[in-house]
Design a protein around this ligand. Structure first.
Ligand code: DX5
Ligand code: ZN
Length: 228
C-alpha cells in the first residue's frame, strides 16, 4: 500500500496557515492533519471548525481532522459542514464509539478511531469493520515534538494482522514522534498513513523531509572495489 503523508499543522505558523498548508502540499503531502484540542481531553486548546472552513477555500488536499475532545459526537456536524474529509475521534472520549462512526458517515466523511498509547487494541476490535482508519497514537496526545514510544510498534503490527485477517479495508495511521528514522519502523510494522508535525515544519527542506518520511531515500550504490 502506498504511504500517505499527513503533515500536522500543529507545528506550523498559525498566523500564516494558508501558506503553511500550500508549502507542504506543493512538496507532495496528500493530507493536511488538523489537531483539534479542547483543553479537557488534552490540556491545550487549538483549532476549531471555523479554521477548517477557512482552510477549505485554500486547498484541495484531504483535510484529516483529529479530534482530541470530550464528547466528540457534538462536533461532527460542524467539522463535516466546514469541509473535513476525515474525522477521527478518540475511543476513550465517548461511550458509544460505534454510533460516532455512524454519525460521521451520515455527514459524508470518512471515520477514524484513535487510541491513546495506554489503550488496548481490544477497544477497537469490533469497530475495524466499519471504520475507515484506525489511528495508533505513538505519543500521548496533547503536544507536538514528543518522543516516539517504541512499544507501539508491536501494537501497529498486531492491528495490521487483525485487518488482514478480517479481509477488510482499513487504513492504519500513526501520529507522534514520526521522523525519517521512526517512519521506517512504522511502515515496516504496517502503518500506511503517517502524521508528522515537527519533523516536517521544523525542517529547512520540507520536500526532503516529506520524501525521507515516505521512505524515498536516495540509494547510494557502493562500488564493490571501493569497499576493499
Ligand atoms: C499530538 C498530535 C500530533 C502532533 C504530532 O497530540 O496529535 O498530531 O502534531 O507532532 P510531532 O510529529 O511533532 O510528534
Ligand atoms: Zn494528531
Amino acid at each position: 500500500m502506498a504511504t500517505i503523508i499527513a503533515p500536522s499543522i500543529l507545528s506550523a505558523d498559525f498566523a500564516n496557515l494558508a501558506a503553511e498548508v500550500q508549502k507542504v502540499t506543493d512538496a507532495g503531502a496528500e493530507y493536511i492533519h488538523v489537531d483539534v484540542m479542547d483543553g479537557t481531553f488534552v490540556p491545550e486548546i487549538t483549532i476549531g471548525a471555523g479554521v477548517v472552513k477557512c482552510l477549505r477555500k485554500y486547498t484541495d488536499a484531504v483535510l484529516d481532522v483529529h479530534l482530541m475532545v470530550e464528547h466528540p459526537e457534538t462536533q461532527i456536524e460542524s467539522f463535516a459542514k466546514a469541509g473535513a474529509d476525515i474525522i477521527t475521534f478518540h475511543v476513550e472520549a465517548t461511550r458509544h464509539p460505534h454510533r460516532v462512526i455512524q454519525k460521521i458517515h451520515e455527514f459524508g466523511c470518512k471515520a477514524g478511531v484513535a487510541l491513546n498509547p495506554g489503550t488496548s487494541l481490544s477497544a477497537v476490535e469490533e469497530l475495524i469493520e466499519d471504520a475507515d482508519m484506525i489511528l495508533i497514537m505513538t505519543v500521548n496526545p496533547g503536544y507536538g515534538g514528543q518522543k516516539f514510544i517504541e512499544a507501539m510498534l508491536g501494537k501497529i503490527h498486531m492491528l495490521y494482522h487483525m485487518v488482514e485477517e478480517m479481509e477488510t479495508e482499513c487504513d492504519i495511521q500513526v501520529d507522534g514522534g514520526i521522523n525519517a528514522a521512526t517512519s521506517l519502523d512504522v511502515r515496516e510494522a504496517g502503518a500506511n498513513v503517517l502524521v508528522a508535525g515537527s519533523a516536517i515544519y521544523n525542517a529547512s527542506d520540507v520536500a526532503r523531509a516529506i520524501k525521507d518520511i515516505r521512505g524515498e531515500e536516495i540509494i547510494h550504490h557502493h562500488d564493490d572495489e571501493d569497499d576493499l
